[in-house]
Design a protein around this ligand. Structure first.
Ligand SMILES: NC(=O)c1ccc[n+]([C@@H]2O[C@H](COP(=O)([O-])OP(=O)(O)OC[C@H]3O[C@@H](n4cnc5c(N)ncnc54)[C@H](O)[C@@H]3O)[C@@H](O)[C@H]2O)c1
Ligand SMILES: O=c1ccn([C@@H]2O[C@H](COP(=O)(O)OP(=O)(O)O[C@H]3O[C@H](CO)[C@@H](O)[C@H](O)[C@H]3O)[C@@H](O)[C@H]2O)c(=O)[nH]1
Length: 440
């Protein structure tokens, strides 16, 4: 099939590359000419494991092409997938300006009957709205049908999640169009759920809100565990063994970030208010998350009395491991809170420093190795659970620090590792603080 994908961000690029991998001819379009120039050189503008290999493989095979020209890309497409951003507006609702522009762009350039697939996360009713918008701006006499096909990939595992998705949602009332989209995905061998567009749109928001709520729930329990002397890791494991609950997304920590959960929970809350039925569960989900992001700062403040002049080594900047994305990363709020309290922060991240500089700026210092960040530090904060932090030579870090104190915001250091390190104060989330003493 000949497919055009509008938007080469995390979703558009991963989708385009994977559709090419299963044999389709894919043209990816972006208005960002620098991104397109990078992609044409076989380089991925984003850090996403496995993406660049498939990009090179499928571009070389002639199945994957990049362009900044809507006219060129839409000339032969049977299926047009919209994967542009839908960020958050100031009042919490989804900002539809990019998808509106994408709709106008395609209305101007489609020259053949086609199926328009909305993959971007959009509020209920947007597929209907975009259909009218395209219709109103159509330049040529062509027929088009709309399909809602929300995306569930996670950053850091986008390729695996696309190739081995749990489900593909197809929201469309027209059987023929639905069949064609099922055919497009058939080689992936993933179960389909066929529904109407509004339910498809709601499935996406309800899924993200539920997962975010699960995280805030376990974070609330974690704080209570600390108060009553229980261990949230054991509590979550015990809960997760119940198949009705499941163990996924019960890792307590410093809250959720990223380009999706924060904005999607707020957008769903906005929709619920608009319809006169505010989902108060979401209000609590957001409130717990915002407080949780400052947990390590509060713990450090309690421990030291003041943070003025204290040196903090921060490990991890991206909102989760295996990505360089800084959107809504807890490290941003933590950096700002620490510096506002007079602390000096030196941060290390394996891949996110370039993006972090743009968001956090020079109020903190960036190091190119954990040991350099730790040098002379009063405390070590672990903010993102990169695999390399689990394997760190923690003793070597502690040996160059001024005080042997760790605040682990992701509960990612193993007790066995810590026990080998001599004297340490180790404060994690939802568990009693532990002081390991060196045996004389
Ligand atoms: N990032 C994720 O993990 C993820 C997962 C599932 C769903 N989503 C949703 O998918 C959508 C895209 O998210 P993303 O993270 O890939 O966004 P992104 O910001 O990384 O990329 C969007 C891209 O669209 C391009 N663009 C904007 N207007 C355009 C136009 N008119 N024509 C062509 N290109 C245009 C931008 O230049 C940008 O490169 C959002 O609705 C998001 O909520 C994201
Ligand atoms: O038990 C957990 C799991 C996750 N997180 C945090 O939650 C955030 C989001 O993590 P994750 O869901 O793995 O990453 P995303 O790439 O944001 O993916 C989410 O958002 C995407 C965009 O809508 C959806 O497609 C995915 O299904 C959904 O998981 C991160 O800050 C994590 O640190 C926790 O704190 N505890």
């Amino acid at each position: 099939m000949r497919i055009a994908v509008l938007g080469t961000g995390y979703v558009g690029l991963s989708t385009g590359v994977c559709l090419a991998e299963i044999g389709h001819h894919v043209i990816c379009i972006d208005v960002d000419e620098r991104k397109i120039a990078t992609l044409k050189q076989g380089k991925s503008p984003i850090y996403e494991p496995g993406l660049e290999e498939l990009l090179i493989k499928n571009s070389s095979a002639g199945r994957l092409v990049f362009t900044a020209s809507h006219k060129y890309a839409l000339n032969e497409a049977d299926i047009i997938i919209i994967a542009v951003g839908t960020p958050q507006s100031d009042d919490g609702q989804a900002d539809l300006r990019y998808i509106e522009q994408a709709a106008k762009d395609l209305a101007e350039h489609i020259v053949r009957d086609s199926i328009v697939v909305i993959k971007s996360t959009v509020p209920v009713g947007t597929n209907d709205y975009i259909k009218q918008l395209i219709f109103a701006h159509l330049k040529n006499k062509v027929k088009f049908r709309m399909v809602s096909n929300p995306e569930f990939l996670r950053q850091g595992s986008a390729i695996q999640d696309t190739l081995k998705a749990d489900r593909i949602i197809i929201g469309c009332e027209e059987i023929e169009a639905s069949n064609i989209i099922q055919e497009m995905y058939r080689p992936l061998n993933v179960p389909f759920l066929l529904t109407d567009a509004r339910s498809a749109e709601m499935i996406k928001y309800a899924s993200n809100a539920f997962l975010a709520m699960k995280i805030s729930f376990i974070n609330g329990i974690a704080n209570l565990c600390e108060a009553v002397g229980a261990d949230v890791v054991d509590v979550a494991t015990g809960m997760g063994l119940d198949k009705r609950i499941g163990s996924a997304f019960l890792n307590a920590g410093i809250g959720y970030g990223g380009s999706c959960f924060p904005k999607d929970v707020k957008a769903l809350l906005h929709t619920s208010k608009e319809h006169g039925m505010p989902l108060s569960l979401l209000v609590e989900t957001i409130a717990i998350n915002e407080e949780q992001q400052e947990l390590l700062v509060k713990k450090a403040l309690n421990r030291f009395g003041t943070l003025t002049g204290k040196k903090i080594a921060m490990l991890g900047l991206s909102f989760k491991p295996e990505t360089d994305d800084m959107r809504e990363a807890p490290s941003i709020r933590i950096s700002r809170a620490l510096t506002a309290l007079g602390a000096e922060v030196t941060a290390y991240d394996p891949v996110a420093v370039t993006n972090a500089r743009q968001v956090i700026g020079d109020v903190i210092t960036y190091a190119d190795a954990p040991i350099k960040a730790a040098n002379g530090a009063d405390a070590l904060f672990i903010v993102t659970e990169w695999e390399e932090f689990r394997k760190l030579d923690v003793k070597a870090l502690l040996d160059v620090m001024k005080h042997r104190i760790i605040f682990d915001g992701r509960n990612c250091l193993a007790e066995e590792v810590l026990q080998e390190c001599g004297t340490i104060e180790y404060c994690s989330v939802g568990r009693p603080a532990v002081i390991f003493k060196k045996e004389e």
